[in-house]
Structures are given as C-alpha cells and as structure tokens.
Design a protein around this ligand. Structure first.
Ligand code: MN
Length: 302
C-alpha cells in the first residue's frame, strides 16, 4: 500500500558515489521502498550513477529541495523568480532521469525565516510558476508535493489548509499537499484533523519527531497521525525524516538548525523507524472501523 521511505540525511550528508552507495544499499537492506534524495545542489548528483545504484538495489526514489533567497519564486525581482523556475524544472528533469516518482519540499518559496508576511502578488506569481513546473512534471508522470512547513521556514504555507488553497491555485491534477508531522506539531491545532481536512489533496507525508530524532522519543501523537492517514485512505509515500549534527549537509543542516546530536548511528535509527512505522500502520488498521468520534461528518477523524 503506502511506499515507505527514508530521507538520505539519515545516512549521509552529501552525494558522492560512496555516500550514494551507503544510503541506497542501507535503505534497501532495511526494507525501505524508496529513498528521498535532497537536490539542493543539482550539480552534485551523478544522475546516471545514482540511477544504476537504485536499479541494482531495487530501490525507488523521490527528490526534495527547498529554494533559497537567490531563486525564490515569490520574489518581486523577476530575475530571482526566473532562476527559481529554471531550478525547479532542472530538478524535475533530474527526477525524470532517475525514475523518481515525486518532487517535494519547500518548492513554493525560499526555505528560510522571512521577516515579513507573503504578499498576494508573491503568492500569485508562485502559483503561476508552480503551474509551469507541475505541467513539466506531469509530462513525466511525476507528482509534485508542496511541503507545509513551520513559520520559521516559509511564509507561504504553514498549515494544511493553506497548502490545499495553494494546490487549488496551481490547479494541475499532479500537485498535492506534502505534510510533515514535525511541522504540523508546531502549527496545526490538531494534526489528525488537518490530515482529514487535506483528504485527497494529501500526496506526500513526512514522519518526524518533535525534535527530529528517534520516532517515539518525542511528543508527537503518532497513534492519531497514523489513524488519520488510514481514515483518509492515504496511499502515497510515508517518508521518515530525521536529522542529527552527526550527519551534516552544509546547506540543509544549518538552515534547519541541526545543532544537537540526537543520534549517532543512522542505521540503527532507520531500522527502528521502519519497525515503528509498520507497527503503527498495523495498529491503525486494527482501530479504523472500530472507533467512532463525533468529528467531521460524524466519522472518526483521529
Ligand atoms: Mn519534511
């Protein structure tokens, strides 16, 4: 049903041949279906080499990224916005050549703390550019996930409802909301309800703890989250995301504020995460149909 994936930063900080081999071989060996490869620096990815490693190990792939202030598609500087459109289209073509199924992440703005709210014109421009990018992705059968992240990482979509609204503005059939439990824990009143209200717009899902370490060692209510996913019959990828200062990507780790050692053994972390995820999905399968809650439309929502 759901493909289970893991973000490459649980294994390695970069993407040399040796790093790609470690991450792809390890993910496949632990039973993951796919690896999410960050494409902040598109030039650093050996597309042919990565494609053959994926094939050799029978592993699927997705690509994620965040834009930055030099290629922010909400910028009122047309040259900056155009760079963002080019970058997103380059990432889509890399995804196509890797056989990746999804491009996701903070595609809608720079991934940074803004000091002002997004403007109406900036969001309209963002939706127009994303429509072009999504059409290019659709030609290769790729889905696009717009990641709803907390207020310190974008000013465009901080809640699932804002994510759905942006998808409607983009208007293509392959644009979806990408939710992440770490961000939902900061911004949503009720994560399970947010999943329910996203419904069919949900296309990509990150599971991460409140501190981005081992699943179950923080304060996220994963029972409600997995019941919510089952309640909306979510069939897309479920991808584990975790960061520690033991595995550093110079761009991503500093932007995300990964200052603490939450773990030092990525393999143990990833093995635990897939077992945790499978157990929670199995439990959620047992619960749905048994529990009713006076939620939306009288059906259980979490
Ligand atoms: Mn995420």
């Amino acid at each position: 049903m759901n493909k289970l994936g893991v973000h490459a930063l649980s294994w390695v900080g970069g993407w040399t041949e040796e790093e790609a081999t470690t991450a792809i071989e390890g993910s496949a060996r632990l039973g993951y279906d796919l690896i999410e490869i960050p494409a902040l620096d598109t030039g650093a990815i050996d597309v042919d080499g990565t494609a053959s490693l994926l094939e050799e190990h029978g592993l699927g792939a997705t690509i994620s990224l965040g834009l930055d202030p030099t290629n922010d598609i909400t910028s009122d500087d047309p040259a900056i916005a155009a760079r963002g459109e080019d970058h997103l289209k380059t990432v889509v073509s890399i995804a196509r050549d890797l056989g990746a199924t999804h491009v996701c992440g903070v595609l809608h703005s720079a991934m940074k703390k803004y000091m002002e709210p997004a403007t109406e014109a900036g969001i309209a421009q963002c939706a127009t550019i994303l429509r072009q990018v999504c059409e290019a992705a659709d030609a290769s059968g790729i889905e696009v996930g717009l990641e709803v992240v907390n207020r310190y990482e974008t000013n465009v979509i901080n809640t699932a409802a804002q994510g759905v609204a942006l998808c409607k503005m983009v208007g293509t059939s392959n644009v979806k909301v990408h939710l992440d439990t770490y961000h939902m824990n900061i911004e949503e009143a009720d994560s399970a309800r947010a999943i329910f209200e996203t419904g069919d717009y949900l296309g990509y899902f990150h599971i991460g703890e409140s501190h981005r370490g081992y699943l179950g060692s923080g304060s996220i209510d994963f029972d409600s989250v997995f019941r919510g996913l089952r309640q909306v019959n979510y069939t897309g990828p479920i991808v584990f995301e975790s960061f520690s200062s033991k595995v550093v990507n110079p761009q991503l780790s500093s932007m995300l504020g990964i200052w603490r050692d939450l773990w030092d053994d990525g393999e143990d972390l990833c093995r635990h995460a897939i077992e945790f995820t499978k157990a929670h999905l199995q439990a959620a399968d047992r619960v749905n149909g048994l529990v009713r809650h006076p939620g939306v439309g009288g059906v259980f929502i979490g």
